[in-house]
Design a protein around this ligand. Sequence first.
Ligand code: GLN
Length: 315
Amino acid sequence: MKNQINGDKKVWKILEIINWTTSYFKAANVDTARTDAEILLAYVLNVKRIDLYLNYDKPLLKHEIKAFKELIIKRKNNEPIAYIIGAKEFWSMEFKVNKNVLIPRPDTEVLVEASLGAIKKIKEKKPKSRLKILELGVGSGAAISAIASSASNNIYFGADNSEKALDIAKQNGKKHGLKIDFFLSDWFEAFKEKNITWDIIISNPPYIRTQDIKNLQPEIRLYEPVSALDGGKNGLDAINAIISEADLYLNTNGLLLLEIGFDQKDKVFDIANSKKIYGKPECLKDYGGNNRVVRIGKERTKGEGWVEHSETGQY
Ligand code: GLN
């Protein structure tokens, strides 16, 4: 391409460099070429995207061009925008992200909605109750932070088996002024024999089949933490581990909410039903119409038989 971006003599103006980068990204099969060009330029110039167009003929300084060039090469190599700029919006909140955490997906907002629906339902019956809510595998902490910011007066906990992820989750909790207690734990490991139970446990565990990982888009496959994606041979290892133990950590009438793969509903229902301690599982769809969140209520406790399913109810 002529007009190499690092050509020494050329003066690059904002609109010009956006147009050039859009073509450069298109040639590299980046599908959101123009948007990405704008986001990266706005990031380098430390302005809002809209400001780019208000100053479209402003020339760029040499160091700005140099910094921008480094970023567009990363994007050309399929690095996700969120990792390049170190941030992702989720639930209208901005979260810090890096390669140690999964980039929050819009699908996971369904998990947040389901959690908020459940909290609301319980509080309609018991308005003064402070619920204990745990997220397993918090990653960036986006889901538990979104819930904590939307439903105050509860007690929030988050766990992850990665110290590096917990570091990001803690920063995000703090950034949004939330009180969330974080634990280093491989699923329920750290809570064994601690005699602690929750009203709601949520998780977006790894649920991709190991053999499918290699077919994921390069942005995911090459950059996102595989431990947050790989659910083992049938994709259900983590889901199985969580459902198998969750009853020990749920209060009577407590609720387990799990994000699942679009084709995993029946298998997850089977796992839940085989435990014989939970109520009838239910499934919520995401905005694309795919089965996405399974809701499993603990309706009876060991040795006590059935208890009335009234607290959590439907939502
Ligand atoms: N939905 C994510 C993806 O498709 C996977 C998230 C997960 O395994 N929890 O990349």
